[in-house]
Design a protein around this ligand. Structure first.
Ligand code: 7TS
Length: 410
């Protein structure tokens, strides 16, 4: 196929050292970006430079390196604030990732609010990270999780949210993009519906930030969570955006250094936002690497990235739909760059193993979204998820490898 990419793909690919490493003697075709994306030199170098030139502990030393580390860490926070268009850096909390961000909201926001019989509303397509933390707080408080259904394309109807909101609903938790099905949810509309009922909304943005421009003010989200490692940044670092008025009223989640103003055995006072939620030494090099990743994707432009990934998705849908015996799981009208599918006669794990022998990396399984996958009455799917550096030739390699695997099993 000869569609010109919207940016210099050859130059971009050269920025990612791992992409030129052969896998099993073949060129790597990396299509598991939904699980974790690869890192460009810019990110790797930013982390290394931090370690070589600026590392010390933050917020505590008068010495030069501690001040440099603090500047780098707080500079990263400001970079994240701009990326999300949050009002203030007080609304940006560094966490280990999406999972920790959601657990923080579950424990610190939801738990103190929940009474027996109260409800947390989530959709059926959520990642386990946006299901299990709510189940844990519900078990502890006697509240319950209520589930918004999905249709047979894997879409959520905002009217179902309206219908299922009740006077007992205390929070709505929704993915921005489904990791298992690729569906892009109409989150702004869902948030408006929830807000009209006085219900705050947490958006799980893990699969959205690498593909879409996010503006938490335009969305009017109350909480927005994402992970660095899916955004071409480091693992072990993530973000919770929270509306300041909500965060200010929440108790701390973990106790320790940095989250206090004064400690005595008579009583302890907590630090101001966002430090109240960052107990202990944070992942400073991770934050620096995340800021570099944000610089990197914004220099290319998220609108160009999403336009290119839409071309990849169209091509993948066309190529794979020609394969006899292949069925897509998740066919939403509004989809991110990801295809989930099953092939008659081959278990997805076998398919994934054969693809790996050909250098093609995909994810197989339930994708930590068991209820979503179970809706389609399959135990598992094969999933190819695209990133900004993928090419049309790689999509062809995927399709060829799937045909090869299917013929092997016939
Ligand atoms: N939410 C969504 C929508 C996700 O896709 C993931 C990870 C998470 C939350 C959890 O993110 P973490 O960084 O805290 O682990 N999704 C996947 C995936 O699709 N394949 O591997 C991990």
């Amino acid at each position: 196929m000869s569609i010109a990419p919207l940016y210099d793909l050859t130059a971009i690919r050269a920025d990612f050292p791992i992409l030129s490493r052969p896998i099993r003697g073949r060129p790597l075709v990396y299509l598991d970006n939904g699980a974790s994306a690869q890192r460009p030199h810019a990110v790797i170098n930013a982390e290394r430079r931090y370690a070589e030139e600026s590392h010390a502990n933050v917020h505590r030393g008068v010495h030069t390196l501690s001040q440099r580390a603090t500047d780098a860490f707080e500079g990263a926070r400001e970079r994240v604030r701009r990326f999300l268009n949050a009002r203030s850096t007080r609304e940006i909390i560094f966490t280990r990732g999406t999972t920790e961000s959601i657990n923080l909201v579950a424990q610190s926001y939801a738990r103190p609010h929940l009474q027996p019989g109260d409800e947390i509303l989530v959709t059926r397509l959520e990642h386990h990270a946006n299901i299990v933390p709510w189940q844990l707080v519900c078990e502890a408080t006697g509240a319950r999780v209520v589930v918004v259904p999905i249709n047979d394309r894997g879409e959520v109807d905002p009217e179902d949210v309206r219908r299922l909101l009740s006077p007992r609903t205390r929070l709505l938790g929704i993915a921005h993009v489904s990791n298992a099905l690729g569906t892009i949810l109409p989150v702004a509309e869902m948030i408006a519906i929830a807000h009209a009922a006085g219900v705050p909304v947490l958006v799980d943005g893990a699969q959205a930030v690498p593909h879409l421009t996010i503006d938490v003010q335009a969305l009017d989200a109350d909480f927005y969570a994402f992970s660095g490692h899916k955004l071409y940044g480091p693992d072990g670092i993530g973000v919770l955006y929270g509306r300041e008025s909500l965060l200010a009223a929440m108790p701390p989640w973990q106790g320790g250094g940095d989250m206090i103003l004064h400690v005595s055995f008579e009583g302890t006072t907590y630090n101001e936002l966002p430090y109240k939620f960052e107990a202990g030494t944070p992942h400073m090099s991770g934050a620096v690497g995340l800021a570099a990743a944000i610089d990197y994707v914004e220099a290319i432009g998220l609108s160009k990235i999403s336009a290119w990934e839409a071309i990849l998705l169209t091509h993948a849908t066309e190529r794979l739909s020609r394969i006899e015996g292949l069925r897509f799981i998740g066919t939403a009208h509004h989809k991110a760059g990801l295809v989930s599918f099953v092939v008659d006669g081959i278990h997805p794990h076998d398919l994934g193993t054969i693809l790996d022998e050909r250098g093609v990396a995909i994810r197989t399984g339930h994708h930590c979204a068991m209820p979503a996958i179970a809706t389609f009455k399959v135990p598992a799917t094969a999933r190819a998820s695209f990133g900004l550096y993928n090419t049309l030739d790689e999509i062809d390699a995927l399709a060829d490898a799937v045909v090869y695997a299917r013929d092997l099993f016939r």
